[in-house]
Write a protein that binds this ligand. Structure first.
Ligand SMILES: N[C@@H](CCC(=O)N[C@@H](CS)C(=O)NCC(=O)O)C(=O)O
Length: 216
């Protein structure tokens, strides 16, 4: 098996990549990295000095591929399957990449800021930054709510890269700032994502780790 995904089971950006791997039943070896362990951290940073998950290693092609979006594009190109993550048509491809960026930058990153702040020690919190993140995330969630009134998946009728991005972004956003009863279209979309076998499997595997998520 030539593909190894370096990951952490709670990492939302790893979930995004796992969805793509499970969608197409792509064989790979999961390599869980514990960043608290100095040896594992050092080995991981040799592979990708930035030290962020996920990173895909492809021994057959001699490639190390960081960044969730780039990994999914790499899989689409080199290990294609029944789900095509980036459409061939140029306008549809652009819309897919735009939606992927939207969920990553305007929902996922703000959610990370909120969760990250919970991990900070007392005295090092950033309430202003968290409030800003919550406001910006609410704006983006409102935009997505409007879009999802007339779509099954993030860009229309087909499941793509954008849905891989949307699933963990919305799942964790709904956990830090519950939107049930506020954004009905988004809740319905999140339910569809959770029913999708690829994401259902990701969530099932992550389940034992959810108790380690920081509460307030
Ligand atoms: N833009 C990156 C973001 C990756 C990222 O933020 N990963 C987080 C986990 S979800 C991480 O590695 N955190 C560990 C750290 O920052 O030390 C991607 O899309 O892969």
């Amino acid at each position: 098996m030539s593909l190894t995904l370096h990951l952490h089971p709670l990492s939302s950006f790893c979930h995004k990549t796992l969805i793509a791997l499970y969608e197409n039943g792509t064989p790979f070896t999961p390599q869980v990295v514990n960043l608290q362990d100095e040896g594992e951290r050092t080995a991981f940073r040799k592979l990708w000095p930035v030290g962020k998950f996920p990173v895909l290693r492809d021994d057959a092609r001699g490639e190390t591929v960081p960044e969730s979006t780039v990994i999914i594009e790499y899989l689409d190109l080199n290990y294609p399957g029944k789900t095509k993550f980036i459409p061939f048509a140029t306008d549809a491809a652009r819309a897919t990449r735009a939606a992927d960026r939207f969920f990553d930058l305007h929902i996922h990153h703000h959610m990370q800021k909120i969760v990250g702040d919970r991990l900070r020690p007392a005295g090092a919190k950033d309430p202003h930054g968290v409030e800003d993140a919550r406001n910006r995330m609410a704006t983006a969630l409102g935009m997505a709510e409007t879009d999802m009134a007339r779509r099954t998946w993030a860009t229309g009728n087909d499941f793509t890269l954008a849905d891989c991005a949307a699933a963990p972004a919305l799942f964790y956003a709904n956990w830090v700032m519950p939107f049930d009863g506020i954004y009905p279209n988004l809740i319905a979309y999140l339910e569809r994502l959770k029913q999708r076998p690829s994401y259902a499997r990701v969530l099932k595997e992550a389940e034992p780790y959810f108790r380690f998520l920081p509460k307030e």
